[in-house]
Design a protein around this ligand. Structure first.
Ligand SMILES: Cc1ncc(COP(=O)(O)O)c(C=O)c1O
Length: 329
């Protein structure tokens, strides 16, 4: 809401939501996906306190999927707990159970999205005997557009949006058709949608050769480039400073932190020297919120519009910004 979103368009997920947050969201007509049986009871208590209001909820479900470890989120659909949670919410006259939610990370294949959609349709059939609910939410975890240098590192080529649409919408269409009575299909892409909206720019601060391996140490870190600590080598582009060109060779590109794991690229074949800029692609998801105040403060974010006009979207963080929350200083 603080960035201007209409509260009734907000969907609240998460395994731990305070009672105050739940109450605020529910009374603002946001949709709350309930994650546990304890949360069911909190929602019931809020409904009791506000008999004149209808509270909008969904149920986050959890089931086994081929090749994936069981998730810790949502309510287990394999036993009785989910049906009980549904019944306890539905028996409150002023709680509307509008649908089911399932988000499972770890498998971006189209086949997995087809399987989870089919499983969710099966659960809807079991739980919503009076007819289809308002929505089925298949969560996020989808891959998005990415440079070839990143795509080539996937074991299997990541699906396109069209392939995901085919995998998810086909079982939905087969079961519900396409009319206004069909449940709304919700997807929650994070990484798939935002990865390619940001690039991270840093500078080569030092070069050295250790045990015959060339290292370039830059003014960025894994926390700027891949804070989820994945094992991909993030595609990079070197913008040379004012210097003569040199033959390309292999460089381990690493960051400013004190950790050995701070490797941004394990072997980039490029011409590179101190003072060059290095631009990392696909750094738009999780990098802003997962940058810790470790060794360096967070950099500025510059927005570039279609006319190449640049605006400071976020100023660089300062030491004072960090210290301001420590009143004992
Ligand atoms: C409930 C839920 N939906 C959507 C997402 C977005 O996931 P991703 O960025 O992998 O698409 C997350 C991320 O953890 C999530 O927890």
């Amino acid at each position: 809401m603080s960035v201007g979103g209409a509260p009734q368009r907000i969907l609240l997920n998460g395994p731990v939501k305070s009672e105050a947050l739940l109450e605020r969201a529910l009374l603002a007509s946001s949709l709350v996906n309930v994650d546990s049986s304890q949360e069911v009871e909190v929602v019931r208590a809020i409904a009791q306190r506000h008999p004149d209001r209808t509270l909008r909820v969904g149920l986050r479900v959890n089931f086994a999927l081929d090749g994936l470890k069981r998730s810790r989120f949502g309510i287990d659909a394999e036993g009785e707990e989910l049906a009980t949670a549904h019944a306890r919410l539905a028996e409150k006259g002023n709680v509307a159970v509008e649908g089911l939610h399932g988000h499972f990370g770890g498998d971006r294949s189209a086949a997995s999205y087809r399987q989870r959609t089919e499983r969710m349709i099966g659960l809807v059939d079991r739980l919503f005997s009076a007819g289809p609910p308002k929505f089925i939410d298949v969560g996020g975890g989808l891959a998005g557009p990415m440079p070839e240098a990143l795509r080539a590192q996937f074991k299997k080529p990541p699906p396109t949006y069209a392939e995901y649409a085919e995998a998810i919408a086909t079982p939905m269409r087969e079961r519900y058709g396409v009319g206004p009575d069909a449940p709304e299909l919700i997807v929650e892409p994070g990484m798939g949608l935002f990865s390619d909206v940001l690039e991270f720019v840093c500078r080569v601060a030092a070069t050295k050769t250790i045990g015959g391996v060339r290292h370039a140490i830059v003014t960025g870190s894994i926390y700027n480039v891949k804070p989820t600590l994945n094992t991909f080598d993030m595609p990079l582009l070197v913008v040379p400073g004012e210097r003569a060109a040199a033959p390309a060779c292999r460089w381990v590109v690493s960051g400013y932190t004190c950790m050995e794991i701070d490797i941004l690229h394990s072997g980039a074949h490029t011409d590179l020297a101190v003072g060059d800029h290095v631009v990392f692609a696909n750094t738009g998801a999780y990098t802003v919120v997962l940058k810790p105040p470790f060794i360096e403060t967070a950099p500025a974010i510059i927005a570039v519009d279609a006319n190449s006009t640049m605006t400071v979207a976020r100023r660089a963080e300062t030491l004072d910004d960090l210290m301001t929350t420590y009143p004992i200083a």
